[in-house]
Design a protein around this ligand. Structure first.
Ligand SMILES: Cc1ncc(COP(=O)(O)O)c(C=O)c1O
Length: 388
C-alpha cells in the first residue's frame, strides 16, 4: 500500500517512543515513575464536568456544532471576555476569534492556511516538536532559530541568514516556552512585530501556557503588543489552565485574514467542537479561573521540591518562571541521553532528554511537574539516594 512520502520526513513523535520505553519497563515489573509528559493528573474541576453533563443531555447539541468550524458565537464571546479580563486585549468575536480542537490543531491549520510549498517557516530550537511536523505536512521548510540560556531562550532575529529571512513567510513562537519554561517580555514582542512587518512574516504565537507562571512573572498575550494583530495570531487552550487536555478545546485569536484562512482549512477538515464541550468551555472561562490559582500553588510546591533535590545532587541553575516543566542542565561530563539513561536504569525515573527538542537542547533534561505529589516525592527520594 502506498503511503505519502511527506510522512517519511516526520520524525517519530517523541512521546510515542517514550511511551514504548515506559510500557516495556512496566511489563518487566519495574515501578516506573514518568516525569516526561506534560499532562495534568488532577481532574477537570467538577463544575465544568457538570456543565458538560447538562449540555450533553440536550438533543440539539447532538447535531453538528453551531457555526461549525468557527466555534459557536457564545463561546467566541466568552473567549473575548476572558482575553479582556486576563490580558486587557480587545477581540471582536465576529472575526478575531476561532474555536479550536486544542492549540495543536491551530498550529497545523495555521501552516495549511498561510504557507505555500517551499516557503521557509521559522521555529525555535529547542522547541515543541509538533511545529516541525506541521510545517513538513504543509510542504514548508522548517528553519531552526537557536534559543540559548544566555539570551533568556529568546531567538536573535539578526542571526537568521538574510537568504532565509527573504524566503520566510511564517514563524512559530511559544512563550512561556515548552521545553525551557522561558517567558517573553513586552520588549521582545515589539521586536517580533517589527521583524514580522519588515519581512512580511505571519506569526503564530502559541500561548497555551499563558496562565502557568511562578513568582512575580507577568501574564502576557502577544496581542498586547502594538501591531501584533497586523502580523499574527495567538493560539490558546483550555487544556493546561483548566486540566482539560483530553477535552480538546482551544482558540485562535488575532488577525482576521489569517483566521479566515485557518477557518477555511477547518471548514474542509472537521466540523468544529462538540457543542456540549463548548458550553463546558464557556463555563470554565466564566467561572473556574480561580481553580488556575490552586493548580499554580500545587505546581509551585512540586517545583520547589525538584529544585531542592537537583541542588542537593549538584545541579544548580536559575530556572525560568513559566510552564509546568523544569529545564535543567545535566551534570558536567554527561550528555542528555547518558544522564537520562542513567537516571532510568538506576532509579526507574523517566525524564525527557533535551536533545529530543532540537540540537540546542543538548545538555539539558525536561522534568514535568504533572505527576501526583507522592510519586514526585518518591522520584526525588530515589534520585537523591542515587546521585547525592
Ligand atoms: C507548546 C505547546 N503547544 C501546543 C500544545 C498542545 O496543546 P493543546 O492541548 O491545546 O492542543 C502543547 C502541549 O503539550 C504544547 O506544549
Amino acid at each position: 500500500m502506498q503511503t505519502a512520502e511527506r510522512l517519511t520526513k516526520i520524525p517519530p513523535y517523541l512521546f510515542m517512543e517514550l511511551r514504548k520505553k515506559i510500557a516495556k519497563a512496566k511489563a518487566d515489573g519495574v515501578d516506573v515513575i514518568s516525569l516526561a509528559i506534560g499532562d495534568p493528573v488532577e481532574p477537570t474541576p467538577d463544575s465544568i464536568i457538570d456543565a458538560l453533563c447538562v449540555s450533553a443531555r440536550v438533543p440539539e447539541n447532538h447535531r453538528y456544532p453551531t457555526d461549525e468550524e468557527k466555534g459557536m458565537f457564545a463561546f467566541r464571546q466568552e473567549v473575548s471576555h476572558w482575553y479582556g479580563e486576563r490580558y486587557g486585549v480587545t477581540l471582536d468575536p465576529a472575526n478575531e476569534i476561532l474555536g479550536l480542537i486544542g492549540s495543536k490543531e491551530g498550529c497545523h491549520h495555521f501552516i495549511l492556511g498561510c504557507v505555500n510549498p517551499g516557503d521557509v517557516v521559522l521555529m525555535t530550537d529547542p522547541g515543541y516538536p509538533a511545529y516541525r511536523s506541521s510545517i513538513l505536512m504543509g510542504d514548508g521548510e522548517p528553519y531552526n532559530m537557536p534559543i540559548l540560556a544566555k539570551n533568556n531562550y529568546l531567538p536573535v532575529f539578526e542571526d537568521v541568514p538574510l537568504q532565509i529571512v527573504k524566503r520566510a513567510r511564517a514563524m512559530f513562537l511559544n512563550y512561556p516556552n515548552n521545553p525551557t519554561g522561558a517567558c517573553a517580555t513586552r520588549e521582545f514582542f515589539d521586536r517580533v512585530v517589527a521583524f514580522a512587518k519588515t519581512n512580511n512574516i505571519a506569526v503564530c504565537y502559541d500561548n497555551p501556557y499563558s496562565e502557568i507562571l511562578f513568582d512575580d512573572q507577568e501574564r502576557l498575550s502577544f496581542l498586547m503588543a502594538k501591531g501584533a494583530k497586523d502580523v499574527g495570531v495567538e493560539l490558546n487552550s483550555l487544556s493546561k489552565p483548566y486540566n482539560m487536555t483530553g477535552w480538546r478545546i482551544g482558540m485562535a485569536v488575532g488577525n482576521p485574514e489569517l483566521l479566515a484562512a485557518m477557518s477555511k482549512v477547518k471548514e474542509n477538515t472537521d466540523s468544529g467542537i462538540f457543542n456540549a464541550i463548548q458550553f463546558a468551555g464557556i463555563h470554565a472561562l466564566k467561572n473556574e479561573t480561580a481553580s488556575i490559582g490552586n493548580m499554580i500553588s500545587i505546581y509551585a510546591r512540586r517545583r520547589a521540591l525538584v529544585l531542592k533535590t537537583l541542588a542537593a545532587i549538584g545541579i544548580k541553575f536559575d530556572p525560568p518562571k513559566g510552564t509546568f516543566y523544569l529545564w535543567a542542565p545535566v551534570p558536567a561530563g554527561m550528555t542528555s541521553i547518558e544522564f537520562t539513561n542513567r537516571l532510568f536504569e538506576k532509579t526507574a525515573v523517566v525524564v525527557a532528554s533535551g536533545n529530543a527538542y532540537g540540537q540546542y537542547g543538548e545538555g539539558y533534561i525536561r522534568i514535568s511537574l504533572t505527576v501526583p505529589d507522592k510519586r514526585l516525592e518518591e522520584a526525588m527520594t530515589r534520585i537523591k539516594k542515587e546521585f547525592a
